[in-house]
Design a protein around this ligand. Structure first.
Ligand SMILES: NC(=O)c1ccc[n+]([C@@H]2O[C@H](COP(=O)([O-])OP(=O)(O)OC[C@H]3O[C@@H](n4cnc5c(N)ncnc54)[C@H](O)[C@@H]3O)[C@@H](O)[C@H]2O)c1
Length: 396
């Protein structure tokens, strides 16, 4: 089934992500069924959607009648029966637990028409496993939105081991019809693209702090005011939530071994109840709002080393045939607001310089995190050192 045939979408889970996804679909003219386990949750979700639609009206991005029509297209319900039998597409956004997700997929599979595509918004779980809880694994894919879905442009589309080309094309096209930019993650790997590249950037900074080599202000001031990142590394970690970073870190460690060895500093903070912005404290104190990152600390952190570990992970994604340079760059710019994608930055810096930075760090710390990806060694050996050489990750 192509995306043009999709008229009715089921969104399961009406929490932080689900209500926003339902709103995005309704704003683009789709009929939406929004499912959760309790009426109160659905009521709150509908209130939040109303509030957000009003904001769009206030900012003159949509007309009031458009907002009303969008709201009227969303049908909240705690039961599937009578709502999903004629739907064409589903987006699951329930709690991040495989057992719950499998139950949801199996239920949707039993009730939805044969042609329907089922997707998951999971951040860390296996799409393949969810697909195998249905009788249509070829019609199951990942559709990873970013928070808040109403405003964030990026969607990572993930191919499970059994997903068909037709399904991938339909999901990519639906993402475009929702006004978003999809990037393709060709394999069902943990962390997909964005979280996988963020992981080493966080770890490098966490380890440096843990070893007492830097303080958080030095790192964050340099990344923000010098390298042009929208947030400092520790500021971003607090914003995401240190409990989430801890959990994702465990998943990554299991998937990638010593290359993703977690730094104990995060667990220590979580044990103290310091979860970041949401608990009022994390690396920073958030009790009086967003922390002020002092401008005069710029230059005390080597921002090239943050880039080097990000570029190394991008090289692994290409080496493992998970993603193309263009998609990696788009994902990082739209998903995290980076000024350049890691592949673009590598070609600008010079891959030879990146490689020698990684080798220095590896020799200094002995952490697998810094071990250069063979693809990077190979490119440099071939003379593909970037823009000046006419070829790096891209051809010029
Ligand atoms: N929060 C983020 O920034 C973010 C970003 C991208 C992806 N995700 C992913 O999106 C999914 C949802 O995350 P969230 O932050 O919206 O969580 P959340 O806790 O805000 O919402 C989850 C919702 O699922 C509902 N739910 C639980 N079991 C259910 C069931 N059996 N049937 C129907 N509904 C059920 C809960 O009542 C809750 O309303 C997770 O897989 C998460 O990994 C989250």
């Amino acid at each position: 089934m192509g995306a043009e045939a999709i008229k009715k979408i089921v969104v399961v889970g009406a929490g932080v992500m689900g209500h926003g996804i339902a709103q995005v679909c309704a704003m683009r003219g789709y009929e939406v069924v929004l499912i959760d386990i309790k009426d109160e949750i659905l009521q709150k979700a509908m209130e939040k959607i109303k509030w957000s639609l009003n904001k769009f009206v206030e900012k003159k991005r949509i007309r009031p009648e458009h907002a009303e029509a969008a709201l009227a297209r969303i049908k909240p319900t705690t039961t599937y029966e009578g709502y999903v039998e004629d739907a064409d597409f589903a987006i699951e956004a329930v709690v991040e637990r495989m057992d719950v997700k499998k139950l949801v997929f199996s239920k949707l599979d039993q009730l939805m028409p044969e042609h329907a595509i089922l997707t998951s918004n999971t951040s860390s779980l296996s799409i393949t496993e969810m697909g195998r809880a249905t009788n249509r694994p070829e019609k199951v894919a990942g559709m990873h939105f970013f928070n808040p879905p109403q405003l964030m442009q990026l969607i990572e589309v993930i191919r499970g081991e059994d997903t068909s080309d037709e399904t991938i094309q339909a999901v990519m096209e639906l993402a475009r019809r929702l006004g978003k930019t999809p990037v393709l993650c060709k394999k069902d790997v943990r962390g997909f693209i964005v979280n996988r590249i963020l992981m080493p950037v966080f770890l490098d900074a966490f380890w440096a702090l843990h070893k007492g080599e830097v303080d958080k202000e030095a790192v964050d001031a340099s990344m923000k005011y010098d390298a042009g990142f929208p947030m400092g590394i520790f500021e971003l970690a607090d914003y995401v939530g240190l409990d989430i970073i801890l959990e994702v870190g465990k998943v990554m460690y299991e998937a990638y071994g010593d290359r993703a060895k977690p730094c104990p500093i995060v667990e220590e903070l979580v044990k103290e109840g310091k979860l970041g912005q949401k608990s009022g404290a994390g690396f920073y104190d958030w009790s009086a709002g967003r922390p002020r990152i002092p401008f005069d600390r710029v230059g005390e952190w080597d921002t090239d080393r943050s880039w080097a570990v990000a570029i190394n992970e991008a090289a692994w994604l290409i080496h493992d045939d998970v993603a193309e340079p263009k998609d990696i760059d788009t994902a990082m710019k739209l998903g995290t607001g980076w000024p350049l994608g890691p592949c673009e930055q590598a070609d600008k810096m010079g891959l030879d310089k990146v490689l020698s930075k990684l080798k220095d760090l590896y020799a200094r710390y002995g952490l697998e995190l810094y071990k250069p990806c063979p693809l990077l060694e190979d490119y440099v050996a071939k003379g593909w050192t970037g823009k000046r050489a006419g070829r790096g990750f891209y051809q010029y």
